[in-house]
Design a protein around this ligand. Structure first.
Ligand code: AMP
Length: 573
């Protein structure tokens, strides 16, 4: 357990603990695997693979196969249905996490337990301790745009909710936030309201009420902060009014929110005037966060991977405040902490905590891997890319998370990973191969052209249209205003030219892939998409815009189809 100074966390102790673990990453990994296998060796799953009590890495790797979520799904289903024998874990699983489902189309069930919660706190405390050395904070609050999603019971009576909801609803979360001097401004009623729009409004209002105490503005993913301040742009006058009158505006209907907010609100015309004048003095909302919350030391959240496209807007809202990228993990478990907070988000890397799981890495050097040969944590090479495999304390053994990472260096003997992208291909018609990263780069290049007319891409997604012969890529854009026809044609050509994968370029040249199509969406379409996912049970906290919409996702395709206002075909080839 981490030592504390009274109620406060002692960053030096946490850092020393991490240094010790990372100095001896190889040994810690072996011990961690041993512990996992000792605790769970008698489970149906591990018995099936004939480990027979062996706990060393060689036996583990030769007996237990690499798996994907689909392989484990039947086991997880039985757990969710209430079978309480030792299926995947020695200790019974009592809680199920739902993944965000935004990368795969539908949420997946994964086991959640106390060990995962402990890992979460360890990651939070580790990165906080390093952060606090560079960007110290005093006593204060955090404006955290966090949301619990609907929790429910599985058929077998297990509690189920998104991983973030499972974390936020545990009292350890609050204790840890207090220890890190970053208690959330908002009461639980706001965090756990099932009406996300009302909840967001109240988060903003709580931030304004405690505006001089706010030291950190954060959300799980950067999208959450951008979404919050985009909403602020439209609602700020109502918010100022509420502060002035000490009363919540009437469109917030949820009784628990009204009661909770009434306890925080008092008429405060002085503060309302200050906020009003600050907002009026801003140019296109540049620096709004810094202006409204003058004691903020930094903005915090996951800013890497699929969050990178929001960085520009986030910087705009942040003004001069530093953006600090948060840690790397998944509903399935955590992987690494950001122990180099001074690096800009584009360069963020995550030091693997060797005691929270057993990690393996499939080298992605060769394109045609028939039999993947994973290597150990301490065997990875700087500059190379790998697919990451997780074995954890919550019943996942040699589990392919589906992420590609690059080794950027080592912290002592533990690697520091940069998140590259999801492994699965996003866009492919025939021999072409484009990942989320390729799409992101193409959109970035084309979006730069919009700057000429002071416009920006609010959000984007993509798909393949196979109704034409040959099939072609479709990129969907929501933009911040009206762009000229010429400019959009230019953007469309730029998108087509920016997919540099040789398979794509050659297929375009010989016309085995049709001209790329850019479809412009009505303002607010991505808000509707967010609402759609929230309705399915996703949490706003974990929301990631799906970057590719397949034909299986008809509802989403319909939302997109109904909101297209214009389309353009590329003439780049
Ligand atoms: P989920 O559990 O569904 O909310 O999403 C987990 C996934 O989010 C991971 O597998 C990654 O693809 C992505 N993710 C999590 N943390 C980061 C990070 N720091 N940088 C980039 N992507 C991340």
């Amino acid at each position: 357990m981490l030592e504390k100074m009274g109620d406060r966390l002692d960053p030096d102790v946490v850092i020393e603990e991490f240094e010790a673990l990372s100095r001896d990453a190889g040994r810690v990994q072996k011990e961690t695997l041993k512990k996992i296998l000792e605790e769970n060796g008698e489970t149906e799953y591990l018995m099936k693979w004939g480990l027979n009590g062996k706990t060393d890495p060689i036996s583990f790797k030769s007996c237990v196969p690499l798996v994907t979520h689909a392989d484990l799904e039947p086991y997880i289903q039985r757990i969710a249905h209430g079978e309480n024998s030792s299926i995947l874990t020695g200790k019974p699983i009592t809680t199920i996490s739902l993944t965000s489902g935004t990368s795969q189309g539908k949420p997946k069930f994964v086991p959640f337990n106390d060990e995962l919660l402990e890992n979460t706190m360890q990651i939070y405390k580790t990165s906080f301790s390093f952060r606090n050395r560079e960007f110290p904070i005093g006593n204060g609050k955090a404006l955290q745009f966090i949301y619990g999603s609907r929790q429910f019971k599985t058929k077998g009576g297990l509690a189920a909710g998104t991983a973030t909801t499972n974390v936020y609803s545990d009292k350890k979360f609050k204790t840890t936030m207090r220890a890190m001097q970053t208690s959330c401004c908002s009461p639980d009623e706001v965090i756990f309201s099932t009406n996300c729009e009302e909840s967001l409004y109240c988060h903003l209002l709580c931030g304004l009420i405690f505006q001089d105490q706010v030291q950190v503005v954060s959300s799980t993913f950067a999208h959450g902060i951008v979404h919050a301040f985009r909403t602020f742009e439209g609602k700020w006058e109502d918010l100022v009014n509420d502060v002035r009158r000490g009363e919540l505006c009437s469109w917030i209907k949820t009784p628990s929110l009204r009661t909770a907010m009434s306890k925080l609100l008092n008429p405060n015309p002085g503060l309302a005037n200050i906020i009003y004048n600050k907002c009026m003095g801003l140019s296109n909302w540049y620096g709004v966060i810094q202006e409204l919350f003058p004691n903020t030391k930094y903005i915090y959240g996951i800013m890497t991977g699929s969050m990178e496209p929001y960085l520009k807007k986030l910087r705009h809202y942040a003004g001069d405040l530093p953006l600090l990228s948060a840690d790397y993990g998944a509903s399935e478990g955590w992987i690494g902490a950001n122990v180099n907070p001074e690096l800009p988000p584009e360069l963020a890397k995550f030091a693997v905590l060797p005691n929270i799981g057993y990690f393996e890495f499939i080298p992605l050097k060769e394109d045609l891997i028939v039999e993947p040969q994973p290597i150990e944590l301490t065997e990875v090479n700087i500059g190379e890319e790998y697919e990451i495999i997780v074995t954890n304390f919550a019943g996942l053994y040699r589990y392919r998370l589906g992420d590609v990472v690059k080794v950027k260096g080592f912290h002592n003997s533990t690697p520091e990973l940069q998140f590259i992208c999801r492994r699965n291909l996003l866009l492919t018609v025939n021999i072409d191969k484009n990942t989320e990263k390729d799409l992101q780069l193409a959109v970035k290049a084309a979006a730069n052209l919009l700057e000429e007319e002071k416009l920006e891409v609010v959000d984007f997604t993509s798909g393949i249209d196979s109704s034409t012969e040959p099939a072609h890529y479709v990129i969907y854009w929501e933009i911040s205003g009206e762009a000229s026809e010429e400019l959009l044609k230019e953007c469309c050509n730029c998108l087509d030219k920016s997919f540099l994968d040789p398979g794509y370029v050659s297929s375009r040249k010989v016309k085995t892939i049709g001209a790329l199509e850019l479809r412009i969406l009505k303002k607010g379409t991505f808000h509707k998409i967010l609402d759609h996912f929230v309705e399915l049970g996703a949490a706003v906290s974990q929301f990631k815009t799906p970057r590719c919409v397949g034909t299986k996702n008809q509802t989403l395709l319909q939302i997109l189809r109904h909101n297209v206002v214009k389309n353009y075909f590329s003439s780049a080839f």
